[in-house]
Unconditional design. Sequence first.
Length: 140
Amino acid sequence: MEHQAIELGAPGGVLSGYACEAGDQELLDYLDELGSDGEAIVGLLNKQCPIVAVIQRIFVDEPMRRRGLGSRLMTHFFEKAENLGAAAIIINAPDSDHGSEGVELAAWLESYGFAPASRVNDGAIYIFPAAVASAVEDEV
């Protein structure tokens, strides 16, 4: 599978990323850059989910927060990722990332079924579904 960009936008928000094979060099480089054991994570993903999606950026303008825009973008990303064959979705959640009214990105991601899989330099890598995250966490 070729690297497939997923770009979603709406007035006041954006969510972007890509879908690729779990063994994709760009995915390995991204995970290593974050400070994780990219080899171990990619090796496990390759066994369980040959195609994965990566969320690189999600942002909602302050005045648009708490109106469901982020949720709509996330739902559309899930649909696009599934249509491309992705069985897992990966995102980096920095410890300092707080959204609307102090809601942390990590808590918001967990409400969608993401779970922390590996600590990295400034936060954690979260993976959907939680079962895959748990398997990665056990290996790393």
